[in-house]
Design a binder for this molecule. Structure first.
Ligand code: MLT
Length: 391
């Protein structure tokens, strides 16, 4: 973005802003998406609800090129992904040798670094798009190896981006059409969320030291693996199991007690949003279509109602509404992803396109192509009086 297009902002930093996790500080620019406190996220100006049901190829094009594709451009994205998608035998052997007792997010981050070790080009754009193209193969391998589902299934990229992942996953008993439909929406909803979410910020920060795309992305994904960030979807679904009632009143009582006991309520609230996350609303509609009679989906709906009620009673809670992490677990569970430990890998797979596009923008377009300077904020020293070894 040319500097002249950046709106003028005034921002005063006081002591109250210290140690607040940079909450709300303007630190940079973002061309891919924006999170409005009332409306939620939009990608390049399009509200997320309008984008949710498009092919994932459209979202990838939008994030990297800042426009929705024509039919010809969509085909070009699909062809480009297909051409780049092959994961080498060397990389697959290295992924296969990882300790499968590890958490799926640890395997996911390690797989990103393995892809970097075996195929990096050191061009931010090339590496970002290669990673987008290759991650479905790596993620499907992690599932199959860790779950003991048998040999890896060869990629068939002509199926389309999400359907090829479902095909390579080969989930025993999985409904391929329903899984493709759900994971397409899941992919689109999770692909980007402004520049300030922790994983994107981390990826951009690491890239500012000119670490390559794979190192930067693995760092971002490790950030995503925190329970206050992307791993909240795993913890939210575990919490839903603890509540285990389809009755909103009962859910309200249980969650109220949980809060009174000092417990955390996962899947609600947000650092920026002050209304229900539109991504949660889209997922509710998808659940009504794909799994309306599923017990855990019904429990999530009760938790949604009961949780809003319980959180609204605390005047200190600025946003008592569900975020993206409350409902997603129940949907993927209903379609066969029964182990919540995997949920953040699905989030991470999708977020690679957003973080990748933002790093490309920051390294190759920002400041007239010079790229943003190395991140180096200032920390105020405390409890460090001047001392001397000689006195
Ligand atoms: C996200 O999608 O990254 C989360 O909603 C967290 C955030 O935006 O800070």
């Amino acid at each position: 973005m040319p500097m002249s297009d950046i709106p003028t902002i005034e921002f005063t930093i006081t002591n109250d802003n210290l140690d607040t996790g940079l909450r709300g500080y303007p630190v940079g620019t973002c061309e891919t998406s924006y999170v409005d406190p009332q409306e939620g996220v939009s990608y390049v100006g399009y509200p997320i609800a309008d984008l949710a049901f498009l092919p994932a190829e459209d979202i990838i094009h939008l994030l990297f090129n800042k426009s929705l594709p024509t039919d010809a451009e969509r085909q070009a994205v699909a062809d480009d992904i297909a051409e780049r998608s092959e994961v080498s035998e060397e990389a697959l052997a290295a992924i296969s040798s990882l300790p499968m007792s590890g958490h799926p997010m640890d395997l996911f981050c390690a797989a990103i670094q393995i892809l970097g070790m075996t195929s990096k080009t050191d061009d931010y754009y090339e590496d970002a798009v290669n990673l987008v193209a290759r991650m479905p193969t790596a993620l499907a391998a992690i599932f199959r190896l860790r779950e003991g589902w048998g040999d890896l299934i060869p990629s068939e990229p002509s199926r389309g981006y999400v359907n090829n992942f479902v095909h390579m996953l080969g989930m025993p008993g999985g409904d391929e059409a329903a899984l493709t439909k759900l994971l397409s929406v899941y992919y689109n909803l999770h692909a980007d969320h402004g520049g300030g979410n922790l994983s994107t910020f981390t990826g951009r920060a690491v890239a500012s030291g000119l670490a390559d795309m794979y190192r930067s992305m693995a760092s971002g994904m490790n950030a995503l693996a925190g329970p206050r960030h992307g791993m909240a979807n795993q913890d939210a679904f575990k919490m839903v199991h603890e509540v285990d009632t389809e009755d909103p009143d009962e859910a309200y009582q249980i969650l109220k007690q949980r809060l009174a006991d000092g417990g955390l309520i996962f899947g609600f609230g947000h650092a920026v949003l002050r209304q229900e996350d539109p991504r949660a609303k889209v997922q509710l509609g998808v659940g009504e279509e794909l799994c309306p009679d599923d017990h855990w989906f019904k429990v999530v709906k009760a938790v949604r109602e009961g949780g809003i009620r319980a959180l609204k009673e605390n005047p200190k809670v600025s946003n008592p509404y569900p975020n993206v992490d409350l409902i997603s677990g129940s949907l993927v569970n209903a379609l066969g992803f029964t182990d919540p430990d995997y949920y953040t890998t699905l989030f991470g797979w999708s977020r690679i396109s957003g973080i990748g596009a933002q790093i490309v923008d920051e390294r190759t377009r920002a400041r007239g192509g010079r790229g943003v300077a190395i991140y180096r904020p200032r920390y105020i020293p405390i409890n460090q009086p001047a001392r001397s070894l000689s006195s």
